[in-house]
Write a protein that binds this ligand. Structure first.
Ligand code: EGV
Length: 376
């Protein structure tokens, strides 16, 4: 039986339930084992602390974002003139951006579906949201009437949970339309590390467009650093919003040690680690899909996705029923109703599985998922 409190819970509250389970497939945080190269960094933490203690923080910050944006192909990011702000997490960056936006705008178009803490944060500061369906976003020019009715457009790319990526030409045209209508273009690119099609130089497109823009980047989804992470908030020179002032309301700066840790993980990623991570996630995706081969009624709606999460369509089964039956077996997934923040019924038949887990754990969970699906 599904308790109403679980139906009402937001996605992060459902993720809390899983935090102490060895079979946690709920949150999109990196919980796979450290690679040998990453273990060397962790074994060097004392030296990382000492280096971070004695090096000027500005130098640590520049080295960290040069390494991170560089490995992800973002060579035109504006690292030189203070437009890259380091935050404790991408959600903190999101809160700062939202408080900045609402000083000037009160309506936004937000991609639908997407992770519910994004609409929750935006609504939390008083912004009214209009859903921007993925197929509309990817289909071509946005309707001028939509763009004249909002002050900003917010897009998660790669999207969560669908994995859908805004390609370069689409981003260029979207930025051009936003400039024409003086609409702020906001991106959440937290999952870009997993998908090389999301690693074209977004900042070259954004800077070249002349539109007002802001991007939230996240180191926390990629590497198993026990949530020692940075959310970067990057903004255009012409944004015209009090991002720096509101940043100063929230924090002075992140720990220099985490800046150094991020730099070291990004350097390891550049030394083959990112390609290995992408292969690892794709292998786990194959393990999950193979384990469910032949289960009546289910399919995988996001065949293109390379992100560290995978949706299962549960056929005629209710995703909440499947989620509840899995939880009874100690396995935690995410029902997708709350990703469909404007129409929860849209997620009634899909379940999200986290792939950034050890292959051994995922294999055992996939076996149980198969059993549960065959019983329902
Ligand atoms: N501040 C929040 N709510 N953090 C949870 C978020 O990081 C999880 C996530 O994004 C995902 O599971 O896809």
């Amino acid at each position: 039986p599904v308790a109403s409190k679980d139906v009402e819970a937001n996605l992060t509250q459902l993720e809390y339930l899983a935090l102490n389970s060895s079979m946690n497939l709920a949150d999109g945080h990196a919980r796979q084992f450290l690679t040998p190269g990453q273990a060397v960094i962790i074994d060097d933490l004392a030296n990382i602390f000492r280096e971070s203690e004695t090096t000027p923080v500005e130098e640590l910050e520049i080295r960290a974002h040069q390494a991170f944006f560089g490995v992800l192909g973002q060579h035109s990011y504006p690292g030189a003139d203070g437009r890259v702000l380091a935050c404790y997490s991408s959600s903190v960056a999101m809160e700062i951006l939202s408080r900045s936006l609402v000083t000037k705008i009160d309506r936004m178009a937000l991609v639908h579906p997407t992770f519910d803490n994004i609409p929750d944060i935006l609504r939390g500061v008083g912004i009214t949201l209009t859903p921007l369906e993925e197929d509309v976003l990817h289909g071509g020019d946005l309707d001028a009437r939509l763009l004249d009715s909002v002050g900003a457009v917010f897009v998660t790319t790669p999207n969560n949970p669908t994995g859908r990526v805004v390609p370069e030409e689409r981003l260029r045209r979207l930025a051009e339309q936003c400039r024409e209508h003086d609409v702020v273009l906001c991106l959440d690119t937290s999952f870009r590390g997993f998908d090389i099609s999301a690693q074209y130089d977004h900042y070259a497109v954004l800077e070249g467009s002349g539109c007002r823009w802001a991007v939230v980047e996240d180191t926390g989804k990629l590497w198993p650093t026990l949530d020692l992470k940075i959310g970067w908030l990057v903004t255009s020179a012409n944004l015209g919003l009090p991002v720096g002032k509101i940043y100063s309301d929230i924090l002075l700066g992140v720990s220099p040690m985490i800046l150094t840790l991020v730099r070291r993980f990004a350097e390891d990623a550049a030394d083959g680690g990112l390609a290995d991570l992408q292969k690892f996630i794709q292998h786990n995706r194959t393990v999950l899909r193979t384990a469910l081969d032949g289960v009546p009624g289910i399919h995988f709606p996001d065949l293109h996705s390379r992100g560290s999460v995978e949706r299962i369509h549960t056929g005629t089964r209710s995703s909440m029923e499947v989620w509840s039956a899995l939880r009874d077996r100690g396995v935690y997934a995410l029902p997708c109703h709350k990703f469909h923040w404007a129409d929860p019924a849209g997620g009634d038949s899909t379940l999200r599985i986290a792939l950034a887990r050890s292959t051994e754990s995922l294999t055992e969970c996939a076996r149980i998922i198969r059993e549960v699906l065959l019983e329902l």
